[in-house]
Design a protein around this ligand. Structure first.
Ligand code: NAD
Ligand code: UD1
Length: 337
């Protein structure tokens, strides 16, 4: 049985992945500094799995505590979710993002190397494609950074590539997520953003629950089928399963591999509103406002490489994502509080 360290494992994607890992028979150790999550998510995962999951409150910048984790556990690999992810905040505090995300990852890799743990799955993002020239986007498309957050993702991709070039005993999976949404179907775990959400789906669910008055649709003059922005929404459970497939891939010593994790299907903002209304029989009031600066018109994945090489596909459709997001929101109107 393999033992996997999950950094950022109490967060949104981390908690769902921990659940899938435990259900797939992995031993899991979770570390997180709880800067953007609560241990309540892990207690819920324990409730769902009936298994105790070791948790350590550790910051990636605290190398001593990190080193101790690797001494205390006999680890086979790491899934590295820990990082800051708010684009707007990264523009205001670039150094904070560089230090936390980049220095944190360098620390992690140094300690992994010291302990001979050289399999890592890294949370990258579709943000590395910037404003994509072609859709669906293959992994070979040009990459760029459009804000400090994106630059941390791209820089970490380069760091991991160079690390592999320097030492071929590493195995690295760079997973570029498109737009993760939804929640586990139990409604016990889900996304619990602090403050007013920046992202579409949590905003929609908070409008539906009456916490926010109406949704602002950012722009209706894009060259898309209805004028609103198009994205590739992916159910967080499909995404979580993608990580297990990536771990299996690393066991075959592939070196460094990059995969898009998306459905391959683009949905507009209005498509999301309609799907949400249909799935949950709830009206979502909205108003059209100006475009949000920096937004791409269209961004959706070509997931065929992951489909083929990982034997993985995102199967849950938009209505299921909307149903599960709403189920989580209604069962936990205040998140994990
Ligand atoms: P999240 O904020 O819910 O989870 C990230 C976790 O990392 C949090 O629990 C936070 O407390 C922890 N963390 C941050 N800095 C840390 C540090 N220095 N030491 C220890 N723990 C630290 O976010 P998420 O949505 O679950 O995202 C997980 C990863 O996936 C992130 O790296 C994010 O950038 C990436 N990603 C997310 C999305 C998305 O839309 N959610 C899209 C693409 C990529
Ligand atoms: C976000 C991140 C990006 C990340 C990507 C994938 C931001 C600014 N960007 O982008 O770094 O790579 O997720 O996880 O957070 N929309 C509205 N009204 C709202 C919110 C959003 O109309 O209140 C629209 C947006 O204009 C966009 C779509 O909904 O067309 C999705 O927005 P969002 O959920 O913020 O994701 P991305 O913009 O793709």
């Amino acid at each position: 049985m393999q033992t996997i360290l999950v950094t950022g494992g109490t967060g949104f994607i981390g908690s769902h992945t921990v659940l899938e890992l435990v259900n797939s028979g992995f031993q899991v150790v979770v570390m997180d500094n709880l800067s953007n999550s609560k241990t309540a998510s892990l207690l819920r995962v324990e409730e769902l799995t009936g298994k105790k999951i070791p948790f350590h409150k550790v910051d990636l910048l605290d190398t001593q505590s990190l080193d101790k984790l690797f001494t205390d556990y006999d680890l086979d690999g790491v899934i590295h979710f820990a990082g800051l992810k708010a684009v707007g905040e990264s523009v205001e505090k670039p150094l904070y993002y560089y230090k936390n995300n980049i220095s944190g990852t360098v620390n992690l890799c140094e300690i992994m190397s010291k302990h001979g743990v050289k399999n890592i799955v890294f949370s990258s993002s579709a943000t590395v494609y910037g404003d994509p020239e072609i859709n669906p986007i293959p992994e070979t498309a040009p990459v760029t950074a459009v804000n400090p957050y994106g630059r941390t993702k791209l820089t970490i991709e380069y760091i991991l590539k160079e690390l592999y070039e320097s030492d071929h005993s590493w195995n690295v999976a760079l997973l570029r997520y498109f737009n993760p949404v939804g929640a586990h179907e139990s409604g016990l775990i889900g996304e619990d953003p602090t403050g007013t959400p920046n992202n579409l789906m949590p905003f929609v669910t908070q409008v539906a629950v009456g916490k926010l008055e109406k949704l602002r649709v950012f722009g209706s003059d894009y060259t898309t089928h209805d004028g609103t922005g198009v994205r590739d929404y992916i159910h967080v459970i499909d995404l979580a399963i993608g990580h297990i497939k990536a771990l299996e891939k690393l066991n075959t010593n592939p070196g460094i591999v990059t995969y898009n994790l998306g459905t391959g299907k683009g949905s507009s903002v209005l498509d999301v509103i309609t799907a949400f209304e249909k799935a949950n029989d709830i009206n979502i009031p909205y108003t059209i406002v100006d475009r949000r600066p920096g937004d791409a018109a269209v961004c959706y994945a070509d997931p065929s490489k992951a489909n083929k090489e990982l034997n993985w596909a995102a199967n849950r459709d938009l209505q299921t994502m909307c149903r599960d997001a709403w189920n989580w929101q209604t069962k936990n109107p205040k998140g994990y509080e």
